[in-house]
Write a protein that binds this ligand. Structure first.
Ligand SMILES: [Zn+2]
Length: 85
């Protein structure tokens, strides 16, 4: 009788331990996913929109000296004043 009780108690402890461990693993896993999701969320537009943004930016180059600018505000070469193309 006492042996059965001890075995039942052992199984109860084991099931509780498995439940706690499973809960912890799930919490850790989804907590990790959420953590990394928040960590990498600001970079997602850069990663997925980088190619399109590069195409949208017009590279301008000076025909005189080869100076290149990605800034659309730059219309003239700062070196020789030639119109950028
Ligand atoms: Zn130039």
């Amino acid at each position: 009788m006492s042996w059965d009780k001890a075995r039942t108690f052992k199984w109860l402890l084991l099931s509780v331990a498995v439940t706690v461990a499973g809960t912890f693993v799930l919490w850790w896993f989804f907590g990790g996913v959420a953590f990394f999701g928040f960590l990498f969320l600001p970079f997602v537009p850069i990663l997925f929109g980088g190619g399109g943004r590069d195409e949208a930016v017009q590279m301008q180059a000076c025909p005189e000296c080869g100076f290149e600018s990605l800034d659309p505000e730059d219309r003239y070469c700062p070196r020789d004043g030639a119109l950028l193309r």
